[in-house]
Design a protein around this ligand. Structure first.
Ligand code: GAL
Length: 360
């Protein structure tokens, strides 16, 4: 009897062990399933790599946000690699990229590195889309899987100059010191950058060709940078006096916003037309468009970032080497590997809308 009881107890315990084991197994299996699902989910997203000269540059940062979104909409997971404006660092990042045989979007710190990049990619058939800084030596022309997507710096300068001319023709009263010339400050990007001189010269040439006489009080390199532009403009104002500064022309929006900040610290560009210095930028960053709406910035030249990013994305992720077929895909011409994204003008309503409603 005791034995029978023991046997029943043992059987019950065994069955419990089995149940536990079975449960454990099923938990294990479902955990495995979950893992498999999770792995599949990660695997479903294809990798996308972008190497930047500097992610803290607001123009590049804006590019990156749009690329991340367009990538995700198309099932890609973006990884960006920040070169921190350091060419040695970027070279070592690129060596890792080549070892892993990646295709990439590339914003070079040092444009001399384009040739080696192409040689490396050629060895494993990778693709590259350069942007923002034109690779040296027409390197993209030699390899059908290399492209440069960018804007024409001359066009940016012409458009900026045209907007300035339009503004002064409509508002001659902004020659505040009545010397018959527009006294301007020119705030430039980096000295080594292809956009800097081209944008600057074309803007000034266009002003002259529209019959606007000007006096260039000072040209300053502020390296695309908000803070450098702000500090530099403050110095010029201290020297010349705010009443003698009638225009601030900037090679990009970050510097234009820095300049506006300097003017605002003197009570200017806050929406009051009698305390206003026209400021022009380039890029149409979201913050610059907001500054136009708020009556602080006078005009900017717009880079169509959506078009630029989607074009780059398509060229990188396509498997075709046939440039005619790729032209159909992107809806733009590819000339020897180069694709141009057209600019457009954004000129503020003047006097600023905010001021107008206050007056009404
Ligand atoms: C320019 C852009 C600037 C800055 C620079 C960096 O094209 O307008 O804002 O981003 O590139 O290379």
């Amino acid at each position: 009897m005791i034995n029978m009881l023991k046997m029943v107890q043992e059987l019950a315990a065994a069955s419990l062990r089995w149940q536990t084991l079975a449960l454990g197994l099923s938990v294990g299996v479902s955990a495995l399933n979950a893992q498999a699902v999770a792995v599949e989910e990660v695997d479903e997203k294809k990798p996308l790599y972008a190497y930047y000269y500097s992610i803290t540059d607001p123009f590049i940062n804006n590019f990156n946000s749009i690329l991340e979104r367009i990538g995700a909409e198309n099932g890609y997971q973006l990884t960006y690699i920040n070169g921190s404006d350091n060419s040695l660092l970027q070279r070592s990042q690129l060596r890792e990229c080549f070892d892993a045989k990646r295709s990439l979007i590339l914003n070079l710190v040092d444009t001399h590195y384009a040739k080696e990049t192409i040689e490396q990619l050629r060895s494993y058939g990778g693709r590259v889309v350069f942007f923002n800084r034109i690779p040296e030596n027409s390197t993209v022309t030699d390899y059908p899987r290399a492209f440069y997507v960018g804007t024409d710096p001359l066009q940016a300068g012409v458009m900026q100059g045209e907007m300035v001319a339009e503004f002064f023709k409509a508002h001659p009263e902004y020659d505040k010191n009545h010397n018959g010339r527009i006294d301007l400050v020119l705030i430039k990007g980096e000295a080594i950058h292809q956009d800097t001189d081209a944008r600057s010269k074309q803007a000034l040439n266009t002003l002259a060709s529209h019959g606007i006489e000007f006096n260039n009080l000072q040209s300053i390199y502020a390296d695309w940078n908000y803070l450098k532009a702000r500090t530099s403009l403050k110095r010029v104002v201290e020297r010349e006096g705010i009443e003698n500064i009638e225009l601030v022309l900037c090679n990009n929006d970050s510097m234009a916003l820095g300049a506006i900040n300097a003017l605002q610290s003197l009570g200017y560009n806050k929406g009051e037309p009698s305390r206003y210095v026209p400021v022009f930028g380039i890029d149409a960053l979201p913050a610059a468009l907001a500054a136009i709406d708020n009556g602080m910035l006078t005009g900017t030249v717009k880079t169509d970032m959506e078009l630029m990013v989607s074009t780059i994305f398509k060229l990188l992720t396509s498997t075709s080497d046939d440039h005619e077929q790729l032209e159909k895909l992107i809806g733009l011409e590819i000339i020897n590997g180069y694709v141009n994204i057209p600019f457009s003008k954004v000129l503020a309503e003047f006097p600023p809308a905010r001021q107008k409603t206050q007056d009404q």
